[in-house]
Write a protein that binds this ligand. Sequence first.
Ligand SMILES: C[S@@+](CC[C@H](N)C(=O)[O-])C[C@H]1O[C@@H](n2cnc3c(N)ncnc32)[C@H](O)[C@@H]1O
Length: 326
Amino acid sequence: MNASPSADTLRAALAGLLDGLPPRQAARAVERLIANYRGTTPTDAPVLRDRSDVAAYAAYRMPATFEAVRGALGALREAAPGWEPRTHTDIGGGTGAASWAVAEAWEDEPPRTTVLDWAEPALALGRELAGSVLDAQWRRERIGAALRLDDTDLVTVSYVLKELTPADRTALVTEAARVARTVVIVEAGTPDGYERIIAARTLLVEAGFTVAAPCPHSGACPIEPGTDWCHFSARVSRSSLHRQVKGGSLPYEDEKYAYVAATRHPVTPVASRVTRRPQIRKGLVQLELCGPDGLARETVTKRHGPLYKRARDVAWGDAWPPEDED
Ligand SMILES: C[S@@+](CC[C@H](N)C(=O)[O-])C[C@H]1O[C@@H](n2cnc3c(N)ncnc32)[C@H](O)[C@@H]1O
């Protein structure tokens, strides 16, 4: 039987990647890659140029981008529980982290995936890692004004918008909206990542999509530009490579991400969403929420009875109130 797509299977596939590469050399490859990413985006040519670039990218970043996309897909599935994509296109899919997350989300019957990227070494490694776990095709494609996609149920665009010019971002999101039923876009959970998500969200809503998550509605985001940014957090266990590159001894790190999941399918967005890590004090929980009337702070105390217990369990990114408390 084929292995199922999961964080563990992905980790196992990645484990062999740096075998034979002295740890120092692996750490140096990652450092070079991080420096490249810092200095030169957007670029005219792929940053992931050869096997050692993509091996470093995959080993270092794939577990984190996988978890971020997994978080976004979890929220989409809560809003559209009956919806299952039969086809999926992963644009700027690189070594396939988002495709792994999609296959995991609809594990019983994963969609047929097409991964598009302009970096051939990334596609080659993605294909190799996916082995027989993913039902995927890997195709070279340049994102730009000339991009034309086939109709598909689901498009994912994970950690790609930052690498594009504003014009190419617009072209990509417009084309995705033309061909897809549902579009999921994930970016780093930074102020500028959030801004790119909001720009994409606006284009999707203008194209007739409904926001399934994280927002409780498809109206304007209540965050005043420049004052804050909507983002979430996914826990990722650290590999020995991470410890070498970043130091520290924590067995995990938290990947911050921003996202939008929008669809033409009927959905039930959450009533409100928890937008910060809940503050738990003696006898009370303070929740920062985004709800139908905008941003709000709710304090739940012991006097609220069962709701208090739920508030103690609720996490950043979850729906509030919990479904069965409505
Ligand atoms: C940071 S990586 C993200 C990869 C993958 N989606 C993930 O979440 O791990 C960005 C990817 O976008 C691809 N990319 C950037 N600009 C592109 C373009 N103009 N056309 C096609 N692919 C592009 C890169 O080659 C790279 O694989």
